[in-house]
Ligand binder design. Structure first.
Ligand SMILES: C#C[C@@H]1N[C@@H](C)[C@@H](O)[C@H]1O
Length: 438
């Protein structure tokens, strides 16, 4: 084992109530909203081919021109309560909201920057509105914060000169000030979702970042911080030089999902996912592969079946309204969750072999197992392989408990479940009562 001063300070999952609750969320919402929503991926009629929230980095736009968007930021259609109600209807149990993205524009009136909502025509504190509205709906709030800050004069990608070093020391103080300010202003926030921490300048700040994380946890006991915040003194990120996860959950699953339990190394994790292939901020062009509600439900079930949470991203428009396509997805997902949430909330890895028909989930703290079915074979019967000595005593449709399914035992731990209906247009859940062999 390598001796580390700034590696992981804990091994294995947190066992406190706040993290137990986080572990059971199942489904969350990400919201990317900022000045980038005004151009929406387009500038002077030209389409930016990167992610819309990165448009400031496009050499087609002078930085000062982008930054002057602050004078156009007046989202008259912004209604945090409407957002929170839509998220509630979708079945999201937590929301991650961009307080400051890489462009450095602060969605709260930070004392430490001029580049904030306070200096826009809108003036009001958007972070507060979001935290209060979601909290009122019973949805926990996680604050997204980008360390990388393109608009700050002291930001550096790498420390090459003495001047860089002096500037970056100022930047570190600024970053700490803003984080303490966020935790102080919005005490209801349950955690911080860090981003923009991959550049050499920050990766070299192992001691500073470690001390800052300790300070934030002391200020806000129970605070949830993921693995993306800091590197250890050897520059290792997410997992320290001994391969131990830093932070409370793994944040590496951005637009990707593990395929087997071994890939999550016994840690908590969440997957953050875009609806288009790679657009987090609002993009006028709603093109490329747009994921359907059923695809997103399958991703949700897959994440929960491997012990993680699925966090679906929404990119509100420059005027603050959420686009109709995203509202429609939220409605479809919510309709399904209303019927089937029992197989998603407070569920996790069942420990059974993955099978073609879909995903097993298991209620945490109980033996209750669910089958979330996406693929019904043409035979209309699901082949089910259980661990040795695990018998099925009962099986029924979650959405209609009267619809019993008679498991036909093929051999000691394999069954056929014959379904009443063959052509399912939507995923569905079968509840399995399993009894150990006497
Ligand atoms: C790259 C990158 C960033 N990480 C995602 C969560 C979005 O914020 C994207 O801009």
């Amino acid at each position: 084992k390598i001796l580390l001063a700034h590696g992981a300070h804990r091994e294995g999952k947190r066992t406190d109530a706040v993290m137990e609750k986080w572990r059971g969320y199942g489904l969350g919402q990400f919201i990317h909203w900022g000045l980038y929503a005004i151009p929406g991926g387009e500038w002077n009629g030209k389409q930016y081919n990167g992610a819309a929230e990165w448009i400031r980095s496009w050499n087609g736009i002078p930085n000062a021109t982008y930054d002057s968007l602050i004078y156009k930021f007046n989202p008259t259609a912004f209604d945090a309560t409407a957002w929170a109600k839509s998220a509630k209807q979708m079945g999201a149990r937590y929301v991650t909201f961009t307080t400051k993205h890489h462009d450095g524009f602060c969605m709260w009136p930070s004392k430490y920057s001029k580049y904030t909502v306070a200096a826009s025509p809108y003036k009001k504190d958007i972070v507060k509105a979001v935290v209060d509205a979601y909290d009122k709906e019973g949805i926990d709030v996680i604050l997204y914060f980008s360390v990388m800050d393109w608009s700050h004069p002291d930001w550096r990608y790498e420390i090459k000169t003495k001047e860089d070093s002096v500037a970056f020391e100022r930047f570190k103080k600024f970053t700490r000030n803003q984080l303490i300010e966020l935790l102080t202003n919005y005490p209801k926030a349950k955690g911080l979702w860090f981003d923009g921490t991959w550049d050499k300048s920050w990766v070299k700040q192992a001691a500073f970042a470690d001390d800052l994380e300790t300070e934030m946890r002391k200020l806000r006991p129970g605070l949830i911080i993921g693995s993306r915040f800091r590197a250890d003194e050897n520059g290792k990120r997410h997992f320290d030089s001994n391969g131990v996860l830093m932070g409370d959950y793994e944040q590496g699953w951005e637009r990707k999902i593990p395929n087997k339990i071994e890939e999550v190394h016994g840690n908590d994790w969440d997957c953050v996912m875009t609806v288009p292939e790679n657009q987090w901020g609002y993009n006028k062009a709603w093109n490329g592969h747009i994921k359907s509600a059923n695809e997103l439900l399958e991703m949700t079930a897959k994440c929960v079946s491997l012990g993680g949470n699925f966090v679906l991203n929404f990119g509100p428009q420059g005027d603050g309204a959420i686009r109709q396509e995203e509202l429609n997805l939220a409605t479809k997902i919510g309709d399904w969750m209303k019927l089937n949430q029992e197989a998603i909330y407070n569920c996790g890895y069942a420990g059974y072999e993955k099978q073609d028909w879909g995903y097993f989930t298991k209620k945490t703290g109980s033996d209750q197992v669910y089958m979330v079915v996406f693929n019904v074979p043409v035979s209309g019967a699901l082949r089910l392989k259980m661990p040795a000595k695990t018998k099925i005593s009962k099986a029924y449709m979650l959405a209609d408990r009267e619809e019993k399914i008679l498991p036909e035992e093929i051999n000691s731990n394999e069954y056929f479940l014959k379904l009443k209906k063959k052509d399912h247009q939507e995923p569905f859940v079968i509840v399995l009562e399993t009894g150990k062999n006497a």
